[in-house]
Design a protein around this ligand. Structure first.
Ligand SMILES: Cc1cc2nc3c(=O)[nH]c(=O)nc-3n(C[C@H](O)[C@H](O)[C@H](O)COP(=O)(O)OP(=O)(O)OC[C@H]3O[C@@H](n4cnc5c(N)ncnc54)[C@H](O)[C@@H]3O)c2cc1C
Length: 362
């Protein structure tokens, strides 16, 4: 039987952040089904994240990883070309991450500060006990039992533990993403993310470290089959025909290096992100539309906030869960307002199903 004060399901940005903030003063067991972080989409980190990383004592190690500078966004939205440069942002520039390295740094820091990491191990079942939780973990050699006073669900969009505890997850739309990685032959516009709206959704592209580039298309999952952009060749052809992204890909000599991948990318939130003896953090609490580029920042922020709430719970503060729920609800409300505003700005295709749905909720 493994014993911990806090068991954290998921060692992504949210779980690792919660762990590294709790490990100095508590027994923390951090569990992830992956032995090591995998390469995955989600790489634009806004400037304000630098302040959070500095507050947690991580900025020097992070800067040492040499992620690419993210200096601003260029968009073609509602027929208008716009540029937002971070030049005037008090936090300076952001970063286009080598994502697996970033996630590895957070995991390693959690261990260095004293958290026990169990990976690969999947959280399988949970039951309440008199003084906390009994959690069943699945590992390659069989099941392992763990006991903890508090559990934090940082398992990502699946919100696996919270749902096992009865929390209901509300999905706000059906957004999905198809993407591919490739190589730029020339560095054409260092540091800018690109967004471009089209009739059935929107495109995103960003330069990554080592002159790599990600190219992604977003539409609703039920509309995707009729649009037929699931394979790499179709995706690239469609991108090359776009008025702004097409010329950029031609100038940079972009070539693809892999198959296209697809994932869900909808907004969702739990009706209640915490309760007696349990908390959620990151995507498990709120999943963001990638248009916002807020997912990783939110994972760091709520990972830290969940760690603080866990401290209060361990100290006997019975209002800690409610306080945390209010904090997450405020983030969710601001996010929904901002997202509705952004989608509401694109008015060229009022009869296209993708935009009709967004305008109906704006
Ligand atoms: C298409 C797309 C593009 C995106 N682009 C951006 C972007 O540009 N910028 C940005 O900030 N964000 C972006 N995001 C969002 C960002 O990637 C997430 O918000 C972020 O990864 C959330 O971190 P997390 O730690 O909450 O969850 P995750 O990173 O998903 O980590 C969850 C962890 O839990 C583990 N896990 C799951 N189930 C179990 C289990 N049963 N037992 C044990 N472990 C388990 C997983 O292995 C994983 O390591 C994007 C998302 C999508 C879908």
């Amino acid at each position: 039987m493994l014993e911990a004060d806090i068991l954290i399901a998921g060692a992504g940005p949210a779980g690792a952040t919660a762990a590294l903030n709790l490990a100095a003063s508590h027994r923390v067991l951090l569990v992830d089904r992956l032995a090591a972080p995998a390469q995955r989409i989600g790489e634009s980190l806004p400037p304000a994240a630098g302040r959070l990383l500095a507050d947690m004592g991580l900025l020097d190690a992070f800067i040492g990883q040499r992620h690419a500078r993210y200096v601003g966004n260029r968009a073609l939205w509602n027929g208008e070309q716009t540029e937002h440069h971070f030049l005037r942002d008090p936090d300076g520039h952001g970063w286009h991450l080598a994502r697996a390295q970033f996630d590895t740094l957070l995991r390693a820091e959690a261990r260095r500060r004293g958290a026990a990491l169990l990976a690969p191990a999947s959280v399988h079942a949970i039951a309440a006990t008199d003084d906390g939780w009994h959690v069943t973990l699945r590992m390659a050699h069989g099941e392992v039992a763990a006991r903890a006073r508090i559990v934090i669900d940082a398992s990502g969009r699946g919100a696996l533990l919270a749902r096992k505890l009865g929390a209901r997850r509300q999905r706000l739309d059906r957004l999905a993403c198809t993407w591919l990685y490739g190589q730029d032959q020339q560095d054409t516009e260092t540091g800018f993310s690109r967004i471009e709206a089209c009739e059935h959704g929107w495109w995103y592209s960003a330069p990554l470290p080592e002159q790599r580039r990600v190219l992604a298309f977003h539409t609703d999952a039920d509309l995707a089959p009729s649009i037929g952009l699931r394979d790499a060749a179709a995706l690239l052809d469609a991108a090359r025909a776009l008025p702004a992204l097409g010329p950029l890909l031609a100038r940079s000599g972009f070539t693809t290096e892999a198959q296209a991948s697809a994932t869900t990318a909808h907004s969702a939130m739990l009706e209640r992100p915490a309760g007696a003896g349990w908390l959620t953090a990151g995507d498990a609490a709120i999943s963001f539309d990638p248009l916002s580029s807020q997912g990783i920042f939110n994972a760091l922020y709520t990972g830290l906030a969940a760690a603080e709430a866990a401290e209060r719970m361990l100290g006997g503060d019975t209002a800690a869960a409610d306080g945390y729920c209010q904090e997450v609800a405020a983030i969710g409300a601001a996010y929904q307002r901002h997202l509705a505003y952004c989608y509401g700005q694109e008015r060229r295709w009022p009869n296209a199903e993708f935009w009709r749905r967004r305008h109906a909720t704006a």
